[in-house]
Write a protein that binds this ligand. Structure first.
Ligand code: FMN
Length: 414
């Protein structure tokens, strides 16, 4: 090495394909990685909002920590001498072209973290051309999202089984009428569990701020301004079943009654019949469940442990991924989430057979740090880091990442 100064390194980077966009991105200097966004979110958000988005189930967020440690433990052995410039990282998913193998996972209450978050996330995804998944209990309607994100719109459904799935089937019909591209059935919430950090800050039920929460809001004027502009977070999609004038308490009560239990395979088969478009099941961690889904004609699977939010005893999604790809990768599109915090993580997932890796909390930290600008910054960081990681290991395309040598100490054998 002749010259190790930062300037020389920058020039070398530029010559090798560079880091386009970073210098033009006003947020890059302060938030060069997602971890910086998390720290800023902790400092800027009302305490209850940060605790809601950042916490997991069980003791000491053990499931979240396992997701991170298991991803960090995956090593990719680079091959040099192929002179890659930053490779393109576009992917095809279910017959559509997306800008990168990344996406936004469904979230029920991003509007608690940042009022107006659902629409901000959807708009950023549409601009960047990556999939955005609206949650059943999100705070924007199916119809609103179809309007702002027509090219990237996926919808997640929780089990609403009362009256022979009247509400569940109606939500699916609405999604179809709105032109949604993929329906995602969440399998991994068969029971309600406790997230202690959420409970102690007072977010056990309806969003009903007590004095402590009001004081926390007073210290976050930007958050209050977003609340003023967008209104109190509420389950927007359920409103028409409860009544347009329904109070927040009514909506929460309705959601409690209506939503619950995990989809059975018989129910998945019924949704397969009803929904002609792309059908995905989310929360698969066992290859035999993956086999079951594929046999029912499901198009895609999400290997996921719900980001460590359901129970801390589950394996990390990245550790279950290879066995599931081996079982059904030829018959279904396997994707993953849970723990993704960088482009290196995306490439690890890709190298181990996922067609795409989605993130949840990373986007919420972005919202917490930067408000409405946050999602676009997270997308840009993930895309550029993904390209850099591909270039660094000598992969000229995302698919090339599958041929590198990999050490994966936590890989599960079934
Ligand atoms: C605040 C929050 C709310 C969530 N709500 C839902 C939901 O309503 N439906 C669902 O299927 N998953 C939900 N998830 C799980 C995500 O879809 C995803 O599986 C998880 O966040 C991925 O892990 P990561 O946060 O480490 O990226 C939620 C996650 C968070 C952080």
């Amino acid at each position: 090495m002749h010259d190790t100064t930062a300037v020389a390194e920058l020039q070398a980077n530029a010559a090798a394909g560079g880091v386009p966009g970073k210098s033009a991105n006003p947020h890059y200097r302060r938030y060069p990685t997602i971890d910086y966004l998390r720290r800023a979110a902790r400092a800027r958000l009302p305490h209850f909002a940060f605790e809601y988005c950042d916490g997991g189930s069980g003791k000491d967020d053990a499931g979240i920590k396992r997701n991170w440690a298991s991803l960090d433990a995956v090593e990719l052995v680079p091959r040099y001498g192929v002179m890659p410039s930053l490779p393109p990282c576009e992917v095809d998913l279910f017959g559509r072209r997306y800008a990168a193998p990344i996406g936004i996972a469904p979230m029920g209450g991003p509007a608690i973290v940042w009022p107006g978050a659902d629409l901000a996330l959807a708009r950023a995804a549409q601009r960047a051309r990556i999939p955005y998944t609206l949650g059943t209990v999100g705070c924007a309607t199916i119809e609103e999202i179809a309007e702002v994100a027509p090219d990237v719109f996926w919808f997640q459904l929780y089990r609403c089984a009362r009256n022979d799935h009247a509400v569940g089937f109606d939500l699916v019909r609405r999604a179809a009428a709105a032109g949604c591209h993929a329906l995602m059935l969440t399998l991994d919430v068969p029971v309600r569990t406790t997230r202690a950090r959420e409970v102690v800050v007072g977010l056990g039920g309806a969003f009903d701020p007590d004095v402590k929460m009001l004081m926390q809001m007073a210290r976050s004027p930007a958050w209050v301004a977003a609340l003023w502009k967008n209104g109190i977070p509420r389950f927007a999609n359920l409103r028409r079943y409860v009544g347009e004038n329904a109070s927040i308490d009514d909506l929460v009560e309705f959601a409690r009654r209506e939503i619950g239990g995990g989809f059975t395979w018989e129910e998945v088969a019924r949704y397969r019949e009803l929904w002609r478009g792309t059908l995905i099941v989310k929360g698969v961690l066992h290859p035999q469940d993956a086999e079951k889904a594929a046999a029912l004609g499901v198009d895609g699977l999400f290997v996921s442990n719900h980001g460590g939010r359901q129970i801390e005893a589950l394996p990390a999604a990245i550790d279950a991924l290879p066995a599931i790809v081996a079982a059904v990768g030829k018959r279904a599109t396997v994707m993953m989430d849970s723990g993704i915090r960088s482009g290196s993580d995306v490439v690890r997932a890709f190298a181990l057979g996922a067609q795409a890796a989605f993130a949840g909390k990373a986007f919420l930290w972005g919202l917490g740090a930067l408000g409405d600008d946050g999602p676009a910054h997270v997308i840009e960081l993930l895309i550029e880091e993904t390209k850099a990681a591909l270039g660094q290991i000598g992969a000229l395309t995302p698919a090339d990442a599958r041929s590198v040598a990999i050490r994966h100490p936590g890989a599960l054998a079934f």
